[in-house]
Each structure stands twice: as C-alpha cells, then as structure tokens.
Design a binder for this molecule. Structure first.
Ligand code: NAG
Length: 325
C-alpha cells in the first residue's frame, strides 16, 4: 500500500516536471507564452494600416505589407513573403514555441514616413530580437513591453510617442536587453525602478523627452556605456550609485532640474555633459584623477574648484581650467 502511494507520487512529480519542460521554461521564460501567430499578423497589418503605409510610406518600403497573411506562418513563403523590413522565422532552429523561438525576429522601418500610433498588439512579439522604428512620426503610448523576452534592441528615437513607462517595463527581458533608445519623443513620468534589472543594457537613452522625478538607483547596469537623461525635467540629487557604473563612458544629464553637489563619477567616464541644472557647491576632488575624462561641460553651473586649474589636463572643460592661448 505504502509502496503504491510512493510510486504514484513519483509518477505525479515526473509528469509535473515533463509538463514544465514542455512549457516554455527552457527558453528562459518564466511564464507560459500566449504565443499567437494571429496576433503577430494583426500587429503587422495594423502597423501598416495605422501608420498609413499605403499612402505615406515610400513605395520601396511597402513590399509585402498589404498582405492579410504576412510572414508565411503557414510555411508558404512564396505566397506570403515577409513584409519589407521584417524577418519572420518558423522553420529550422526556429520552430514556434514552445518547441523553439520562431515568430517575428526583426522589425525595422526607417523610412521616416510611418505616421500614427503603434498597435498594442506589438505585445505579441515575444521572441523578437530587434524593433527599430526610429526617425518616423509615430505617436501614442508604447505597447505593453512586459512579454518581450529576447529583445536586444528597442529603438524608437526621434518620434512623437507619449505616455509613461509602466512599472513592468521590459519585465521579462532581463537577459537580452542591450539598447533602450527613446531619445527625442514626448514621454512623461519617471524612470521605473525595474530598469535596474536589465543587466545587459549598454545604452539607455531617454534624452529630449518630458521625463521627471528623481533618477532611481541603476547601479546593477555594469555594462552601461551611455546614459542620456539630458533635456528632460528630472529633479533631485543623483545618488552615490552613479560611481558604480564601471563601464559608463558618456554621461548626459544636461538641461534638467538636478540639485545638490555633483555626484562622484564612475572610473571610465570620458564625456560629461551636465550643465543647465541647479548643482551647487564644490566639484569633487576625485574628478581630478579620472584617467579617461576628456570633456567636462557644466555650462551655466556656479561651482567652486577644490584647487585652481585642477582640470587643466582635461581636453575640454568649462570649469577649473584656464584656456591656453
Ligand atoms: C556644453 O553643453 C551645452 C548644453 O549644456 C551645449 O549647448 C554646448 O554646446 C556644449 N559645449 C560643448 C563645447 O560641448
């Protein structure tokens, strides 16, 4: 009796494990994907229609977009070639989930003429590597990004998108997220704390928007090379976490409402644009021993130098350097 219960228990455990493997766990997903080809097709069709593909996109960008069955999810690529600027894969190594990582792999459109909102159905692009839609005329809010799991590059720069970044921004994209470029849009609200979990980020570009609030601790982003928060309405002080960004080279904080004394800078920083803020006090002495510092631009800042000319060796500095004529 005892024995039979035990065997049943083992069988249940094994079955549960098998089920777990058969679900998306091995893909690094901690959720069951609602993987839906129809929703991906709808997203592409709506993107073409709502950004006025037929009338606004230049001719050479329209190939394959008018199809009602884009991306050949039926395997017939001859009948349904992938729309121009996309790459859709459902064969070979890229079987559809849960067996593989098939689906839309790339979506790039840089014509400059895509004009309108981005469909909310973009949340179906769970396996997508690259979404590049910069330099267009896109507007409206960003879609629900929490289901992306393989998105290396998100480039929406130079558009007119608006709204806030929610607390679950890129929630499941913690292994692959390298670029978030929202530069030059109309986004508002503060930076969600979840950004600090996107460890592979090398560039986080929010410049030229209407973001506000204080900047959260992002010291986990050890690969970050370029942080651009310039030309927004950020306020408060920058915490001591900044100096822990071991690979940060370019730091742009100019034209905000930052207050307090200047933060300690990370060791490899080379280009520092932090002017047009409300910094006060004395420039930290440590700036004098930053070996990579080439440009220190604090235009409009009323700051004291710890010793005269202590940034004399820096190639360009608005402070603590006497120009040589
Ligand atoms: C310094 O920064 C200001 C913005 O704060 C910018 O307008 C100016 O062009 C910069 N100067 C140099 C030489 O980089």
């Amino acid at each position: 009796m005892m024995h039979r219960t035990f065997v049943t228990m083992i069988a249940v455990v094994v079955a549960a494990c098998l089920f777990h493997v058969a679900s998306a766990d091995w893909l690094g997903l901690n959720f069951n994907p609602f993987f839906d080809f129809n929703r991906q097709s709808t997203a592409l069709i709506k993107f073409y229609e709502e950004t006025q593909g037929a009338t606004k996109w230049p001719n050479q960008f329209r190939g394959g977009w008018a199809s009602q069955t884009p991306c050949a999810w039926d395997g017939n690529e001859r009948a349904h070639p992938a729309p121009w600027g996309t790459r859709c894969v459902t064969g070979g190594w890229h079987q559809p989930p849960p067996r593989g990582d098939g689906g839309l792999l790339f979506l790039e459109h840089y014509s400059g003429f895509a004009e309108g909102p981005v469909p909310r159905e973009f949340d179906a692009f769970q396996m997508t590597d690259v979404i590049g839609l910069g330099h267009n005329k896109l507007n409206g809010p960003i879609w629900d990004t929490q289901y992306h799991t393989f998105l290396h590059r998100l480039d929406l720069a130079h558009n007119q998108m608006s709204g806030t970044l929610p607390d679950n921004f890129m929630k499941r994209n913690t292994i692959h997220c390298e670029l978030v470029n929202l530069y030059d849009n109309q986004f508002t609200g503060s930076i969600p704390a979840i950004i600090n979990t996107l460890k592979p980020l090398t560039a986080f570009l929010l410049g030229k928007n209407q973001f506000s609030g204080t900047v959260p601790d992002i010291s986990n982003l050890k690969r970050l090379r370029h942080l651009d928060l310039g030309d927004n309405q950020f306020s408060g002080t920058i915490g001591p976490w900044l100096k822990e960004l071991d690979n940060l080279a370019w730091l742009f904080l100019q034209n905000n409402q930052f207050t307090g004394t200047l933060p300690e800078l990370p060791p490899r920083v080379s280009r520092v644009l932090i002017g047009q803020n409300k910094w006060t006090g004395r420039i930290p002495e440590s700036y004098g021993s930053l070996g990579y510092l080439r440009v220190f631009n604090c235009t409009g800042c009323q700051l004291e130098c710890p010793t005269p000319n202590f940034l004399q060796h820096v190639y360009f500095s608005t402070h603590c350097k006497t120009p040589k004529w």
